[in-house]
Design a protein around this ligand. Structure first.
Ligand SMILES: [Zn+2]
Length: 437
């Protein structure tokens, strides 16, 4: 072989090597995608608990800052913080070993003395959601490491989220459609999981909640009454301002988790509240125009009927329109101001934890943490709730609130405690969404 022939041969070989390298570079992304798909397939075969444990292990390396620092809207208050922590500890102590909370089964967890105030177990899924919410609204997630009274609050969150997701069916319901007031359960459980997902969606482990939340939301949207809202059963043609208000809170939490909801959904919700809102007084009805009554019989029994639907109606309008200039809102706020929270046990219906919760959400949105309406309301809430929370001298019930309000006979001490914690938390963690217009 001559020198020139040798040089040509070397050139051809080196050109072939370069071409092969170029081909390898071109194929690299495809190889990577296929490898990734394999990983995803094996990941899908893992149980929810395995995914949690795996992501927890990853997360330990990546995030050192506790996640429950994420949102604080009010200056720190030692009194409120103590009330919230001791309420959460009562919930943690009365959580069932499977992660749920029950209207009757909470008593199985009592130590020494038995807490009073059982309710209707048809609400156990909703109570599990409400219990979980009390923790997530405080910023606790499955990775929180705060231990109180020997209980890790991160584990409480993990167990309850685990319970809901493991009971979720392919249609998005948590355990299937049941008779009775089923949609309360669906709305509150969806709200809780969406709130948890909104806290964790930017962390590596948050992705495990995405699909269950999307499935639960899809169910709610598929079962919205045409041009209206929701009541107890899926798409039953009936609407009430209470169930629809809980669904609205769930959809609002979903929005913060960057899951898109079609705008028509909110147009239809508002259309329902328009139907039941008196334009002259701003009063919002329960299922129809006129009357605050949430059940048919309170008026005839002489119970005090609080303007809960009005509080919910205003909250919904602000969350949808992100402004407070609507004259219906101003009229409604006047009704709330005329019926401020008070711990008066002499007349049935004055103590109404749901009214205090929705009123707090509503007025906090209306004029913000330092607005006069909100401050006047907030002072009354604190005066009513804080001195009436059970303390250490009350044994097992320490940290809870007695099941003595209008709805506790259905919701139990779990309801009364979880919703009152959420009410107190409004001043810390419920972001102001109105634009100030
Ligand atoms: Zn107890």
């Amino acid at each position: 072989m001559s020198v020139s022939e040798w040089n040509k041969a070397c050139h051809r070989i080196s050109k072939s090597i370069i071409n092969m390298y170029k081909l390898f570079l071109l194929l690299l992304p495809i190889i990577y995608v296929f490898t990734g798909c394999d990983n995803k397939t094996s990941d899908n075969k893992q149980t929810y608990q395995q995914k949690v444990e795996k992501s927890a292990a990853n997360n330990d390396k990546k995030i050192s800052k506790p996640e429950n620092d994420v949102k604080i809207w009010m200056p720190y208050s030692q009194t409120l913080d103590k009330a919230i922590k001791s309420g959460l500890l009562w919930l943690a102590r009365h959580q069932n070993p499977d992660g749920s909370w029950g209207a009757r089964s909470f008593q199985n967890q009592c130590k020494n003395t038995r807490c009073s105030g059982v309710g209707d177990k048809q609400f156990d899924i909703g109570l599990t959601g409400l219990g979980l919410l009390a923790f997530t609204r405080q910023g606790y997630t499955i990775h929180s490491r705060d231990v109180y009274g020997g209980i890790n609050f991160g584990e409480v969150v993990s167990k309850s989220a685990h319970y809901l997701i493991n009971n979720q069916l392919s249609d998005g319901t948590f355990g299937g459609v049941k008779e009775g007031k089923f949609m309360y359960n669906q709305a509150v459980a969806t709200y809780a999981l969406a709130d948890l997902y909104s806290l964790t969606c930017n962390a590596p482990h948050g992705v495990i909640f995405k699909e269950p939340v999307e499935r639960a939301v899809k169910y709610l949207l598929e079962n919205q009454n045409p041009n209206k809202g929701w009541r107890y059963q899926p798409k039953d043609g009936q609407n009430d301002s209470s169930v629809t208000g809980w669904v609205m809170l769930a959809l609002d939490a979903v929005k913060h988790a960057d899951i898109l909801i079609p705008p028509e959904v909110f147009i239809d919700i508002k259309s329902f509240y328009d139907d039941v809102t008196n334009p002259a007084s701003g009063q919002v009805g329960y299922t129809r125009l006129g009357g605050n009554s949430l059940q048919g019989y309170e008026d005839t029994r002489g119970w005090v009927v609080q303007p809960t639907p009005t509080a919910i109606g205003i909250m919904v309008r602000i969350l949808i329109d992100l402004k407070t200039s609507d004259p219906l809102i101003k009229l409604g706020v006047e009704q709330l101001s005329a019926s401020l929270p008070a711990w008066d046990t002499s007349k049935t219906g004055v103590i109404d934890y749901a009214y205090w919760f929705f009123g707090s959400c509503c007025l906090n949105q209306y004029d913000g943490p330092s607005g006069p309406m909100n401050k006047a309301w907030q002072e009354k809430v604190k005066k009513a709730l804080l001195p009436n929370q059970r303390t250490d001298k009350d044994g097992c019930s320490a940290g809870s609130w007695d099941a003595i309000d209008r709805w506790s006979s259905e919701g139990s001490r779990v309801y009364s405690t979880a919703i009152n914690i959420s009410t107190v938390q409004v001043y810390y963690y419920f972001g102001i969404e109105n634009s100030g217009k």
